[in-house]
Design a protein around this ligand. Structure first.
Ligand code: PLP
Length: 277
């Protein structure tokens, strides 16, 4: 689920050979479905060789930076030209709170977004007008979302945020280990982050040989289990196909309030809702 640096460089070279001029790469730190982290250090080396703008979409995975234990996942992010990060995801800031950071110090945002509306952002004021952020933003009349992050950080501290991340990752690890122990549950891959992706195989399919027919049947399981959990009102767990993979459940862990019992409940529920399929 992640970028292969050598393949990436081949694609850059191919585009150049075709006369195109590649100018940026969008690497992902924490993909939405699998929670995979692109190898940023190696991508940064390639970007330097080919003079590419390196953007890192750390919307989902950026939260790991708060954890001394897990921030190695984003090793190399300091070399990015720009980074997007959503504190409203892993860190649980109130929706919405998205940060976009650029290394550039030449007033790039102003140069890109400014409409120089003379009726709004006067330049002849009595103070340093570089503090006026309105003319730099893509949006105009919006809430100062950064304030939520600042307030939350003040309230629970760096340590509190770190504990939140560490706890979520520990809980995801517990869930993954439970999945490995139980009959009929199968991990799509070892989770790198808190995306725990897995199939539920009902007893009627457990003796089938692995093949297209088997996966066609497995594909139909998650939508039915999801419908049943919603109608029962017990859970809301997402599922989706991915590439050539049949529908699988994706349990993401964020909340510091969830416990091991909740993880057990989740697996028990899926089994009891799907065992007759
Ligand atoms: C959620 C997400 C986004 C989009 O963020 P929004 O705040 O919902 O617009 C972008 N990239 C990744 C990897 C995400 O998980």
């Amino acid at each position: 689920g992640k970028m292969i640096p050598a393949e990436f460089e081949k694609q850059v070279q191919r585009a150049k050979d075709e006369g195109a001029l590649p100018f940026m790469v969008n690497a992902t730190a924490g993909t939405t479905v699998l929670g995979a982290f692109d190898p940023l250090e190696e991508i940064a080396d390639i970007c330097e060789r080919h003079n590419l703008w390196m953007h890192v979409d750390a919307c989902w995975g950026g939260g790991a930076l708060m954890s001394k234990k897990h921030r190695y996942l984003l090793q190399g992010i300091h070399r990015a030209n720009s980074v997007a990060w959503n504190p409203h995801k892993m860190l649980m800031a109130g929706l919405q709170c998205c940060a976009f950071m650029v290394r550039d110090k030449t007033n790039l945002l102003q140069r890109c977004h400014s409409a120089q509306a003379s009726y709004l952002f006067q330049q002849d004021k009595f103070y340093d007008v570089s503090y006026d952020t309105g003319d730099k933003s893509i949006q105009c009349s919006r809430k100062p979302d950064a304030f939520k992050f600042w307030l939350m950080w003040k309230a629970i501290g760096t340590k509190g945020l770190e504990e939140r991340v560490d706890r979520a990752l520990a809980m995801a690890r517990y869930l993954a280990e439970e999945i490995k122990k139980r009959d009929g549950f199968r991990l799509v891959m070892e989770p790198e982050y808190t995306n725990v992706c897995f199939w539920y195989i009902p007893p009627s399919l457990r003796d089938m040989t692995d093949g297209p027919e088997f996966w066609k049947k497995v594909h139909a399981v998650a939508p039915v289990v999801k419908e049943r959990m919603m109608k029962k009102g017990s859970m809301m767990v997402g599922y989706q196909p991915h590439g050539d993979k049949a529908n699988f459940f994706r349990q993401i862990i964020i909340s510091p309030q969830v416990s091991r019992q909740d993880m057990d409940f989740l697996l028990d529920q899926i089994h009891s809702l799907g065992m007759d399929l």
